[in-house]
Design a protein. Structure first.
Length: 144
């Protein structure tokens, strides 16, 4: 009988210690990010809007008639209009706190053979992205 008790205690201890060791293993969560070469014009780094949005988990809705786009993630959305240096950012969901805030980016988007290029800094206005421009290279990652 004593052998069964010792075995049961040893088994329970092994399971508990194994669970503790498993729980202490670090978890790695892949964050969406974007890194690419930029189109640089007049000291502004431009990146392809849809490619960057897709890599970061954002959506882009294009309004062909108005020649404008809506860039959105779970927290924010941004209106981008042809010929405008002002980009309007607002909360993405109704009832969220925050007012629409136009931001001057210093350049309007570029339509390069049907692909929209926006200043890389556009993604810094959307909450949660750090934008690093190093020469002609752009890296965009969520803030930690």
């Amino acid at each position: 009988m004593k052998k069964h008790s010792v075995f049961a205690c040893t088994l329970c201890a092994s399971i508990l210690l194994g669970m503790t060791a498993y729980a202490e293993e670090p978890m790695t969560i892949e964050s969406p990010n974007y890194q690419a070469d930029a189109l640089v014009q007049e000291d502004t780094a431009f990146i392809p809007l849809r490619q960057a949005a897709d890599a970061l988990g954002c959506t882009v809705t294009w309004d062909k008639a108005a020649r404008s786009a809506l860039l959105a993630n779970e927290m924010r959305q941004m209106g981008i209009e042809e010929g405008q240096e002002l980009y309007t950012s607002a909360p993405a969901q109704e009832g969220m706190v925050g007012m629409p805030a136009p931001q001057k980016m210093g350049a309007a988007f570029i339509d390069e053979t049907g692909r929209l290029f926006v200043p890389a800094e556009v993604f810094s206005i959307l909450i949660g992205y750090d934008v690093t421009v190093d020469g002609g290279s752009v890296t965009i990652v969520p803030q930690k």
